[in-house]
Design a protein around this ligand. Sequence first.
Ligand code: PLP
Length: 405
Amino acid sequence: MSFNLQEIRKDFPILDQSVNGRPWVYFDNAATAQRPRVVIEKMDEFSLLTNANIHRGTHAHAIRTTEAYEASRDRVKEFLHAENREEIIFTSGTTASINLVARSFSEKFLAEGDEIIVTEMEHHANIVPWQMACARQKAHLRVIPFSDAGDLQLELLEGLLSSRTKLIAVAHVSNTLGTINPVKEIIAKAHEQGIPVLIDGAQSVPHLAVDVQDLDCDFYVFSGHKIYGPTGIGVLYGKKVWLEAMPPFLGGGEMIDRVTFEKTTYNELPHKFEAGTPHYVGAIALGTAIDYLNRIGLEAAAKQEHELLVYATQRMKELGNVRIFGESANKTGVICFEIDEIHPFDLGTLLDQLGIAVRTGRLCADPVMDHFGVSAMTRASFSFYNSREEVDQFISALKRIRSMF
Ligand code: PLP
């Protein structure tokens, strides 16, 4: 499909509206992406016309929902290029996926005195579950720092690795700095010492083609709502060998083989990790979102986002007295910044008055705030459906706000 921005924007009815009397500019895509009409229609279809719990019934609707749910698993398998469909577990999102691994993996493989390595640029979702696991098992968290430019100081990784290291958890793309981390290199280094690696793909799957077999990662996690799908649905990819060795996380229906009061045996993968009624409407619509993104083409999407990144960065720098946090040569369409030391909450509120939605605050990344010695940041993040004209509107708004201070 050729990239026609005007046509693409028609797929997103929400973008065509005014906020505070101005055309709405949505630059908060790293927090959640908007959904195309086909995804919304799929969710409607599986509420208005077809609904029954999955894996449980022999009637027509139960068969339809079950088949659609399992077909969606196949779509995710292809999207990540996983080897086996059993390696795709549906969860409620990235946070849930990481918590699942942190709880289940650590119960079996993390012992007193062991270590887990994360990076300084992680989202809280890829820090706190590991801290909790370390607290439970009396293990320790180690941290790979990043440079002021926003690149991981990988030369320090060697010194952190030891026989006590049990897992490395790292973001493929940082939600604050936008840095695309060299995860393949990290995985190769870790595997030399037999250490598994979990990749937090929340910010990468909307922008980069991911091939879990080529990366050779042990776990890969992402959220549906960041790739134009529904909220409340996400994915955990795990190599079969790990998922089979790990104990179940939640207990309940679907995850069991046979229950007696004396002993319960567990279901096979992937069901072993899908206890209870899942968000099957969300999972089905996630498959539709993946199809949609594939039709746009990840390469075309990334090209448009990169152009917006370069254009916006250049225009922001022309304004003067703008501090950009994270200027890696290898980054996605995310710009965290500060202008004239205007507090991000004031800036975000005033931008909203001018029709522009950005994210402000600590961005679920306190260590990144601490690194730069700030209490909060403002973040503009782009999607392929954004335009240069919207960047112009954003720059005019920044100029106007600056003149007010
Ligand atoms: N990891 C990263 C890098 C993120 O950007 C986010 C969300 O912003 C998360 C994890 C958590 O995702 P969710 O809230 O969808 O579970």
